[in-house]
Structure formats: C-alpha cells, structure tokens
Write a new protein. Structure first.
Length: 104
C-alpha cells in the first residue's frame, strides 16, 4: 500500500526507503556484494603480481611505471562482466580442474 501512495504523491524518498529496507539491506544482497568485492580484490592482486602472464596483450601498453600497471589492471577488471570475473576467479583460485578448460 505504501508503494502506491508514494507513486501517486511522487514521494521519491518513500520509494528509496522502501527499496533500501526491502532489497538493499537484505542479507542475501549483502553477501553477494561482499563476494563481488572479494573477487575483484583477489583478481586485482593476482593480475598485478603476475602482470606479464595474466594481463591480455592489448592492456600492456605503456607499463613502465607501477601506477600505469595498476591502471591497466583496473581497466581490464572494469571491462569484465560479473560472469567473466567469476569464471576467471574460479579458474585462478579454485581446485576445480574443469575450470581450467572452460572457455571464458
């Protein structure tokens, strides 16, 4: 009922509060958000520490300074879909042998 009243009156704050309370703050959403952060952080560390082996060639331009390396790794990870990042993370960090042969 609150949703329909907010729609009729145009009260955006009510809708924002409703969304936050019923979606954003849920345990399931928070665990997914945490897992995504772990995946991105671990991918960054692994790729940055093994940049010659794990960074695709088209991102390796102008890598003479560490700040440029960090930027290249960030750009690479930022261009990934959630699914691709999850699959690459599985390939690098899990013991599942099939993940090595699965096409990314």
């Amino acid at each position: 009922m609150l949703f329909y009243v907010a729609l009729r009156t145009g009260n955006r704050q009510v809708l924002k509060n409703l969304t936050y309370d019923n979606v954003v703050s849920k345990y399931e959403v928070k665990t997914l958000e945490y897992r995504g952060g772990v995946i991105v952080s671990e991918l960054f560390s692994a790729i940055f520490e093994n940049i010659e082996m794990l960074l695709p060639e088209n991102y390796k331009k102008n890598l003479e300074r560490d700040s440029m390396k960090a930027r290249a790794v960030c750009d690479y990870i930022a261009g990934m879909t959630d699914r691709y990042a999850s699959m690459l993370h599985n390939r690098l960090f899990t013991a599942n042998p099939s993940s090595v042969f699965t096409k990314l």
